[in-house]
Design a protein around this ligand. Structure first.
Ligand code: 5GP
Length: 139
């Protein structure tokens, strides 16, 4: 597998070089709104330490990350009132990975509402900011 390359958009978000609509942060983890959401409330959860995907991640980092993902998912569900959610995680480009820093997608599901395409259309920033504030208030 290709080695982790720290020159990626999520590293820039972690380092504050690129802004994001943050919903959760601690020493190990950052969660923020996906700018091209597949549904209302689509959130990404990433470790601050670098790994390309599931296979090169430190097991301790992974164990922590999935617990944080659950915590964030609970807040996303509370804030959005969604009917369910999917956790997605892509490994390598043929599988759909477009950013090569490990991340889990939390994708709320609304009964009868189809998902938008993966990494498709950018959402309105004001709306994303409002949603992030609502999720932050739901922990
Ligand atoms: P992947 O395709 O690697 O599983 O997921 C990468 C996700 O990152 C996509 O859903 C895409 O919409 C999102 N994304 C790409 N660039 C940015 C960005 O600059 N900011 C944010 N917040 N999300 C991004």
């Amino acid at each position: 597998m290709t080695a982790y390359d720290p020159d990626n958009i999520f590293t820039k978000i972690i380092e504050g070089e690129i802004p994001c609509h943050k919903v959760y942060e601690d020493n190990e983890t950052l969660a923020f709104m996906d700018i091209m959401p597949q549904s209302q409330g689509h959130t990404l959860v990433i470790p601050k330490s670098g790994s390309r995907n599931l296979l090169d991640a430190d097991p301790a980092v992974l164990a922590d990350l999935i617990q944080k993902t659950r915590t964030v998912a609970a807040a996303v569900m509370k804030a959005t009132g969604a009917d369910g959610f999917r956790i997605m995680q892509f490994n390598e480009a043929p599988a759909g990975q477009t950013v090569f820093h490990l991340h889990f997608h939390i994708i709320p599901i609304y009964e009868g509402v189809p998902l938008k395409p993966h990494a498709g259309e950018a959402a309105d920033h004001t709306a994303l900011g409002a949603l992030a504030a609502k999720i932050r208030g739901a922990f």
